[in-house]
Design a protein around this ligand. Structure first.
Ligand code: NDP
Length: 483
């Protein structure tokens, strides 16, 4: 028996919440992943006609938003940041109930979103072009960054506030209108973000939110000027990329990862254990930047495995709203099934020395350590997206680099060493978009470029000044004084 049926959350199109009069394929309940008997939200899904209406409305609103002075656009973002900050406690509680991350993790995500909004608000006062000397007398030659137009943003459930914000904030700051499709798993947090933008005074038509499944709504979202997507490599590469390119949109994909931590024999082992455990297990491993494969130099392999397994065994897994909890549940039943599938001996060929299901009643998984996995196994090759650290021994740095670069992903990697030469070589030779030395693979700052290579990404990086490249185009002006 489910508890907590409620008034459905709805999409927001053309400055209005889309009520029953626009139809849509029914309502969908979202359960609390820590207490599956509790319904956290009910959402009425939009249908493709509503999505098409959103794109048309975003197109119609484009010229007036482009004509709005950039600093005025920035003021809206600043007010939105202030509102989110004031609402932190309530949003963090709801995010914990809906997505499963702990309240401190959720509050941290709200804080990060506030910082991103303020950063892009400040960017609306930054130079928006360059001036060049011309070969022609009396000519001013300059280039300006101008908005691309209408942007579709498709976002996942694991950072339900921060990922939408790091797409929507730069898109709006640089003068674009946005059609946003959040993950069906997180309608409550998504609605809270939308409400902050509305309350901040964002004009109708500038931002639209579509609740519903990607397979149904996706096809309506590509006839735009740019598509930014974060999610799985399979959906991004096989569905979104070809469809968006065919419609002439520019595309940015942030995808999965198989992030490696190399631990050399000369590493500070206390530091390495603490950082690898954080990277692999916090947020229940559901970060695209989570540490998944640990390559340990032979002489410290056994000690590293034992200490990681002790960390895993001691971790408090439970209700994300309880103050003692370090690791909340996985977000969905499918995620828990996926976690368990990786612990099957056929999936790794090694030895599971910690892990297994957590408390009953929710999608709880204990942090797991798999030792001496077969390098050709699924656990050693695929993205896991759950709290599992897979350990493989390596002979030395060259062996670690060879093994790390075999993966078809290229998001982030870290190395633990006290040798500067080893750190430099790793920085130079690892094939990833982000590399860290003596730090966990996750935990990134918001004002620097973020993006992966190989199967982890496509198109320009996100965040920081890199965002300008995707959300604007260049217009070059030759201005000669007549007479
Ligand atoms: P999915 O790829 O399943 O979904 C991402 C988004 O795409 C959701 O909004 C989803 O909608 C939508 N979608 C699903 N199917 C389609 C389709 N056929 N057409 C258009 N849109 C579609 O990923 P998850 O939400 O499960 O997120 C986890 C994945 O995201 C992991 O692989 C992770 O590595 C990656 N990720 C990458 C990050 C990065 O920056 N590199 C950051 C965070 C996560 P719906 O689910 O509502 O149907």
């Amino acid at each position: 028996m489910k508890r907590g049926a409620m008034v459905p959350l709805v999409s927001y199109v053309d400055g209005e919440y889309v009520g029953d009069h626009l139809g849509g394929p029914g309502t969908h309940d979202r359960e609390n992943p820590a207490d599956v008997a509790e319904v956290v939200s009910t959402a009425r899904w939009a249908d493709p006609a509503i999505a098409e209406h959103a794109v048309a409305s975003a197109r119609a609103a484009s010229s007036s938003w482009q004509a709005t002075p950039a600093p005025v656009r920035g003021d809206v973002l600043r007010r939105c940041a202030d509102l989110l900050e004031q609402r932190t406690a309530a949003i963090a509680q709801d995010m914990a109930r809906e997505q499963g991350k702990t309240v401190p993790e959720a509050a941290g995500e709200v804080g990060r979103s506030v910082a991103i909004l303020r950063y892009f608000a400040a960017q609306t006062l930054a130079p928006d072009g360059s001036s060049y000397p011309s070969h022609q007398a009396g000519t001013r030659l300059f280039s300006r960054r101008i908005p691309v137009g209408v942007v579709s943003a498709i976002t996942p459930w694991n950072f339900p506030l921060a990922i939408p914000v790091w797409k929507i904030a730069p898109a709006l700051a640089y003068g674009n209108t946005v059609v946003w499709k959040p993950s069906e798993v997180v309608p409550l947090t998504s609605t809270a973000l939308l409400a902050a933008f509305i309350d901040a005074g964002l004009p109708g038509g500038v931002l639209h939110m579509l609740l519903g499944g990607g397979a149904g709504l996706g096809p309506a979202l590509y006839d735009v000027d740019a598509v930014t997507f974060t999610g799985s490599t399979s959906v991004g590469r096989e569905v979104v990329l070809p469809a968006a390119v065919a419609s002439g949109a520019q595309v940015q994909l942030e995808l999965g990862g198989k992030n490696v931590a190399v631990v050399l024999a000369d590493a500070d082992l206390d530091l390495a254990v603490a950082q690898v455990a954080r990277g692999a297990f916090l947020s229940a491993g559901q970060k695209c930047t989570a540490t998944s494969l640990v390559l340990a130099q032979e002489s410290i392999r056994a000690e590293l495995a034992a200490r990681l397994s002790a960390w895993a065994a001691a971790a408090v897994v439970g209700d994300p709203r309880a103050s003692a909890t370090e690791i909340g549940p996985l977000a969905t039943a499918a995620q828990l099934e996926r976690y368990e599938s990786f612990l099957d001996p056929a999936a790794h060929g090694g030895t599971v020395i910690a892990g297994g299901r957590g408390p009953a009643g929710g999608h709880f998984a204990r942090p797991a350590v798999i030792c001496d996995a077969d390098p050709h196994s699924r656990a050693s090759r695929d993205e896991i997206f759950a709290p599992i650290a897979v350990l493989e021994p390596v002979a030395d740095l060259s062996d670690a680099l060879r093994r790390a670069n075999e993966t078809h992903f290229g998001l982030t990697a870290s190395i633990f060493t006290s040798e500067l030469a080893a750190a430099y070589r790793f920085i130079d030779e690892i094939e990833t978009g982000i590399v860290k030395v003596n730090q966990e693979s996750a935990g990134l700052e918001f004002h620097v470029p973020f993006g992966g290579i190989k199967d982890s990404g496509y198109g320009p990086a996100e965040q920081g000044l890199a965002a300008q490249e995707f959300y604007t185009r260049s217009k070059t002006v030759y201005l000669t004084h007549a007479g």
